[in-house]
Every structure is written in structure tokens, then in C-alpha cells.
Design a protein around this ligand. Structure first.
Ligand SMILES: NC(=O)c1ccc[n+]([C@@H]2O[C@H](COP(=O)([O-])OP(=O)(O)OC[C@H]3O[C@@H](n4cnc5c(N)ncnc54)[C@H](O)[C@@H]3O)[C@@H](O)[C@H]2O)c1
Length: 304
């Protein structure tokens, strides 16, 4: 397939583009930042450029991973978020359904962040008595920042274009896969690797798995028509654990992984005292046929 990948110089793009090329696809990477996985240096906000790319390269599939995202909240103003995340998405959708376009599938990289209201984020400190079990049925959604609001708006544009034009679209609400140190309070007590290992229990995946989920979505989009999936490492927890997770997370983890403490102790690592949310990726497993290859069990294997 001829595939347009936006955000191709980014953390995900750098993994996804070579992965698609390995499968024999012809990939056109679009990003304002030059890089080895970017063929065209430019912006999704530039409608004429998007039109030219979709038409002249005979694009058949679009993976829209470009975004201003959470780290940019401090450095970019709100209108930049609207331009890239909303107008940029609209430009791609309009060109995907324009007369003469060969695009027959669209994958949008969204975020679990848009499901996190201020109340959910406040967790235990905000009075939560149990961890929040989060799946795709959670609503009404109340994103708490410009990143979440603009990603949510982009998701709605995707839904509208599928409704109006029957363009197959898969939305992937991915959990965190960034390599940087955590920005959460947990990080004060735990090193970066320790924090990330803990997060594989309930809110993280590897960048390789993130790329793989996009491959699965490209494959399945025509059969699905329109769907939205949480993409995160499969949690070992169940909704029955939520009450205990918020008061004593290490005890719950030990029930599932009896030797985790020993492996952690050897490195001087610790578990979060409290876990306030759990992303449930079972819909992706059941309907998309995708499960992350790396979860907490594999992290412990690597520690062994
Ligand atoms: N990294 C995470 O933990 C995480 C979690 C959830 C969702 N996501 C989503 O995954 C996607 C990829 O994230 P990432 O971690 O690779 O981010 P990244 O910042 O490394 O990559 C994003 C890329 O988009 C590019 N971009 C910015 N404006 C653009 C524009 N106008 N036109 C074209 N490209 C533009 C940037 O230059 C960058 O290379 C984003 O949509 C993000 O919202 C990321």
C-alpha cells in the first residue's frame, strides 16, 4: 500500500515507518522536522501540501500520528494545538475523501489522556476510594487540558467523516510510550526505569507495541468500519482489585507476581503505594486482534 504517515520524525514515527517499509509498503513520511524516516518536510496544516501528497503519491492509507502533545502545553499556545491537532486532522480527512482520492483507510493516533478528567487525575488525593477501571465505554469524557480537548475534537471529526463518507477509520487511544522521565509525583520516589516498569501494570506500552498496534489497525480498518481502542499493555488486574489498588497496590501486585519484590529489591526498586487508574485493553485484543508483546510479566523476565 502507499501510506502517508504524519509525524514521521517523532518517537512513534521513527519506529512505525521502518516497520511498514519492512512489510513492503511504500511510505511517505510528513513532518516539519527533518529526519531519516521523513520524506516530505512540511505540515499537516498546509492543506495544499496535503492535497498534493495524497493525489500525487496515490496514497491509499493514512496514519495520522502527528500532534502537538502533552509536553508542548508549556511551550506552545492553544491555537497551535487547534491548528495541528484539529485543523490538521480535518485537512487529512477532507483530502482522504476528495474526488480522485484512493485513500480507503485512516488510522488516528489518539490518547488515553483525553479520558482523564481532573477528578480522575486527582485520584486518591481527590478522595477516590478505588482505582478507576477505564475502558472505551467511559463517559461523558471531560478532558482536562488543551491536548485532550483537541485530540477529542479530532476523534469527533474522524467519527463524522466515517458517518458521512463511510471512510474506514480506526482510532487508537494509546497509553504512554514516551521514553522521557515521568512527570508524575511518583517519579520523585522512583527512578525512570522503575517508574516505567510499574506503569506496565496499568498504563504503559513499548513504542514497538505502539507501532504494531498501528499495523494491526491498518489491516483491520476496512472490516471494522469505525472503531476506537485503548492500546496499553494488558493489565493483570481485574475490576475486583480496584478497591485494594488504591490503598495497597504492592499487596495486589504480589498476589499476581509473588517474586516481584525479590526482583525489585535487588535493584532497589519499589512499587507505587497506590494505583489510581487501570486501562483495560481487552477490546483491542478481542476486536482488533492486537495484544502488546511486552507487559509487566515480560519486564520481570528481563529483570530475572
Ligand atoms: N508518546 C506517548 O507517550 C503518547 C501517548 C499517547 C498518545 N501519543 C500520541 O502519539 C502520537 C505520536 O507521539 P510521539 O510520542 O511520537 O510524539 P513526538 O512529538 O515524538 O512526534 C510527533 C511528531 O509530530 C510532528 N508534528 C508536529 N506538528 C506537525 C505538523 N503540523 N505536521 C506534521 N507533523 C507534525 C512533530 O514534529 C513530531 O516529529 C501523537 O499523536 C501523540 O499525541 C503519544
Amino acid at each position: 500500500m502507499n501510506i502517508l504517515v504524519t509525524g514521521s520524525s517523532g518517537w512513534l514515527g521513527q519506529t512505525l515507518v521502518p516497520r511498514l517499509v519492512r512489510d513492503g509498503h511504500k511510505v511517505v513520511g510528513l513532518d516539519p522536522e527533518p529526519g531519516p524516516t521523513t520524506e516530505v518536510v512540511g505540515s499537516v496544516v498546509d492543506r495544499a501540501l496535503v492535497r498534493h501528497l495524497v493525489r500525487d503519491h496515490g496514497i491509499e492509507a493514512i496514519v495520522h500520528a502527528a500532534a502537538r502533545h502533552k509536553p508542548h502545553i508549556e511551550t506552545h499556545d492553544n491555537s497551535e494545538f487547534v491548528a495541528v491537532n484539529v485543523q490538521g486532522t480535518l485537512n487529512l480527512l477532507e483530502e482522504a475523501v476528495a474526488p480522485g482520492s484512493k485513500v480507503d483507510r485512516f488510522v488516528f493516533t489518539s490518547t488515553t489522556s483525553l479520558m482523564i478528567s481532573q477528578k480522575i487525575r486527582d485520584g486518591k488525593a481527590g478522595g477516590a476510594k478505588q482505582a478507576m477501571w477505564i475502558d472505551e465505554t467511559l463517559g461523558p469524557l471531560e478532558p482536562r487540558n488543551i491536548y485532550g480537548v483537541t485530540k477529542r475534537a479530532a476523534e469527533e471529526l474522524c467519527r463524522l467523516f466515517n458517518h458521512l463518507h463511510k471512510l474506514p477509520i480506526v482510532i487508537l487511544r494509546t497509553a504512554r510510550f514516551f521514553p522521557e522521565e515521568d512527570d508524575m509525583a511518583h517519579a520523585i520516589e522512583q527512578s525512570g526505569d522503575n517508574t516505567k516498569a510499574n506503569e506496565f501494570l496499568f498504563r504503559r506500552l513499548s513504542v514497538e507495541d505502539a507501532a504494531e498496534a498501528h499495523v494491526a489497525a491498518l489491516h483491520k480498518a476496512p472490516a471494522l468500519g469505525f472503531d476506537t481502542f485503548i492500546i496499553s499493555a494488558m493489565t493483570p488486574f481485574s475490576p475486583d482489585d480496584c478497591r485494594e489498588l488504591i490503598v495497597d497496590a504492592p499487596k495486589v501486585v504480589e498476589r499476581y507476581f509473588p517474586d516481584y519484590r525479590e526482583l525489585y529489591d535487588r535493584r532497589g526498586w519499589t512499587m507505587f503505594a497506590s494505583i489510581d487508574r487501570v486501562y483495560d485493553a481487552s477490546k483491542a485484543r478481542d476486536r482488533l486482534g492486537f495484544t502488546c508483546g511486552t507487559g509487566f510479566a515480560e519486564i520481570l523476565d528481563s529483570l530475572r
